[in-house]
Structure formats: C-alpha cells, structure tokens
Design a protein around this ligand. Structure first.
Ligand code: SAM
Length: 290
C-alpha cells in the first residue's frame, strides 16, 4: 500500500497519473502522518461505523478510515482523481467512490443504502470554498450522523466553535450550535499540505445535540440573528430596528420585547447565548401576533 502521508510518495502518485491539483476545487492534500492519524482518531471509528468522506483527494485519510470502518463512501467531484483513487485504494473492498458534487449528491439515499439503522460519521478535509454550504446541507437535510470531524480554515473553525462573548461568535456559530455541540480540536499548519495553502487550518468536531434548540418561528429566529449581527457593535435596541420584521416598531416596543425576554436593551448581540436568542424570538413572535 502506498504511504500517502509521505510527501514524496504523494507527489509520485500524482505524477504517475499525470494529475495536477486544481485550485478551484480547493485541492490542498494532507501529507503528514501525525495529522492524518489525529483526524481519524478524532472520529473514533470502529468496525461498526459507516463513514462518509467529502473530497478524498488522492485517498490519504480514506486509506486509514477503510482500515478502521465497516464501510467508507468517498464523494469526489474531480473525475481526474478517480483513477488515482482506484490505484491508491485498490486494497479495500469496503469502499464506494462516488464521482459527484457533494452539494448535488443524494446523501440520504447513500445513508439508506449503506447505513439504514445506524447514524453515519462524516469526516472531511473540506474544500474551503464550500465549507459552509456542505455543513449546512448535512444539517438542513437532517442527515443522521453521530459525529462530524472536519478540517476547515483556522478562522472558520474559530467562528464555528465560538461561544457568546467571544469576538468570533456570529451568525454561523449560533445557527450551527442550535443543533450541534462543536469542539475545536487542534490547528494544522499550512506546511503539511501539497500544495501549501495561504492559511493554517483547524479541525473541529460536531456532535448533534440530544435536543435541538429551536424557536417557535425559525424564519424569524434566522432573521433576528442575522439582523442583530449585521451591526454587532450596536446595542440590541439599535440593531434590532433594522430587522425587517421589527422595522415598523418603536424603540419603546422593542424595549418591551427585550424586557419580556429578560434581556437589557443595552445588551449587545455578541453577548447573547443561543437560549437568549430563542427567548428574544419567541417574545417578538408573541408581541407581533398580539
Ligand atoms: N481528503 C484529501 C486530503 O485530505 O488530502 C483532499 C482534501 S482537499 C482539501 C478537498 C477535496 O475535495 C479535493 O479532492 C477536491 O477535488 C474535492 N472537492 C472539491 N469540491 C467538491 C465537491 N463539490 N464535491 C465533492 N468533492 C469536492
């Protein structure tokens, strides 16, 4: 089996297949044994697990996951990588390679076919240009997963895992943390990729919450969270008046809504917990339907 964690072996394989990386597909391949082991270890894969990998590249993480999992489904958009993967992963019969765009793949059909009874694990060194759409797709389509381990740009990892009061806390942190607990696992330096990216990366681990946190009106929740963070430095009294559903209300009415939710009008959105955003949405909903 090829030792793909060795940069010279990875380069030789690409050369053998006449493969050149494409920037537009976010192709920065991990070539480092320590970080490959750490990512796969973070997913705690056992031989009962079915794993979906987004973007296997030349198969570096895939190899190790195939050794540990019951089955791995690797979804790769670049058709030029398919012969490479057929070569590097030839030893495994517990692998399905899907040559598709993950944003168009019928993920639910894959889960139904390979793991109808057990939630899957999702592991990926994500192409940076579709980080948020991929994560949101898995969440919004309600793909049953027990764990996601994702490598993303370091600053995105900070934003996704930030809690209230932190400068990186924002719309994405709130929307995702309603449904998942998110841990920042470790940083990965740019020097361990081929080719080397401009920025460092971070690995995060997402576990679905036992009970999702939801407001009664999810559209209004989204609108309030987005509107509040558009002017994150302002007090809620000021930033909320730009939320479309609240535009016609006076400051006194917004103060009343905030007070019903137990939130001081001078508070800023970056200090609100998810539960407080939900209370604020529910109190707005109640006020608007009076
Ligand atoms: N897993 C490999 C590794 O760690 O070395 C490669 C990671 S590389 C950052 C991202 C991979 O995702 C590339 O192989 C790229 O071709 C693939 N990719 C990019 N866009 C994709 C999409 N929309 N659907 C599926 N795969 C995609």
């Amino acid at each position: 089996m090829y030792k793909l964690t060795s940069p010279s072996v990875a380069l030789d394989i690409m050369h053998k297949h006449g493969f050149r990386t494409i920037k537009a597909f976010g192709q920065n391949f991990l070539a480092d044994e320590h970080y490959v082991n750490s990512i796969v270890d973070a997913a705690d894969i056992s031989n009962d697990d079915v794993v979906i990998e987004v973007g296997p590249g030349i198969g570096t993480l895939t190899q190790l996951m195939c050794m540990r999992a019951k089955h791995v489904i690797a979804i790769e958009i670049d058709k030029k990588l398919i012969p490479v993967l057929n070569d590097t992963l030839a030893d495994f019969d517990n692998l399905t390679i899907v040559n598709e765009d993950v944003l168009k793949t019928d993920i639910k059909a894959i889960v139904n076919e390979y793991s109808p009874e057990r939630a899957v694990k999702i592991v990926s060194n994500l192409p940076y240009y579709i980080t948020t759409p991929v994560i949101m797709r898995f969440i919004e389509e309600d793909v049953p997963f027990s764990l996601m381990v994702l490598m993303v740009q370091s600053e995105v990892a900070d934003r996704l895992s930030a809690s209230s009061g932190n400068k990186d806390y924002g719309v994405l942190s709130v929307m995702l943390q309603c449904v998942c607990d998110i841990e920042f696992m470790f940083k990965v330096p740019a020097s361990v990729f081929i080719p080397r990216p401009q920025v460092s990366s971070g690995v995060i681990r997402l576990r679905p919450k036992e009970k999702r946190l939801t407001a009664k009106n999810s559209e209004l929740f989204r609108s309030i969270v987005k509107g509040a963070f558009m002017q994150r430095r302002k007090t809620l009294l000021n930033s909320l008046s730009s939320v479309s559903e609240l535009k016609t209300l006076t400051k006194a009415e917004i103060t009343e809504i905030l007070s019903q939710a137990g939130i001081p009008a001078t508070e800023r959105c970056e200090n609100l917990s998810i539960e407080q955003f939900i209370a604020l949405t529910d109190s707005t909903e109640a006020y608007l339907s009076k």
